[in-house]
Design a protein. Structure first.
Length: 94
């Protein structure tokens, strides 16, 4: 993260980023994982709820696109992010 604080326009070092929220102090309905690219974010809660956002058009994440028709780029992003989260979940189960 340090390079981005000194130069916000720095070239990204990763194509994807992962966030996890869980533990004894986290409400179970909010626990889960999220993965994002520069333009899209997928949230997969442990409860089974899944959310998908176009961060370029909706940076405040107000419009969940999970059940909406998607552009070709958005569809490709859902596949990429879903596969990544699947891999993380499989590794966590081992």
């Amino acid at each position: 993260m340090l390079p981005y604080f000194s130069d916000p326009q720095a070239t990204p070092q990763r194509a994807l980023m992962l966030t996890e929220v869980f533990g004894p102090r986290v409400d179970a309905s909010r626990a889960g994982r999220a993965a994002r690219t520069a333009d899209y974010k997928m949230i997969r809660l442990f409860s089974g709820v899944e959310r998908f956002y176009n961060l370029s058009e909706d940076p405040l994440e107000r419009e969940n696109l999970s059940n909406e028709p998607l552009t070709e780029a958005a569809l490709k992003a859902t596949q990429q992010l879903s596969s990544y989260l699947d891999e993380i979940e499989e590794a966590a189960a081992d």
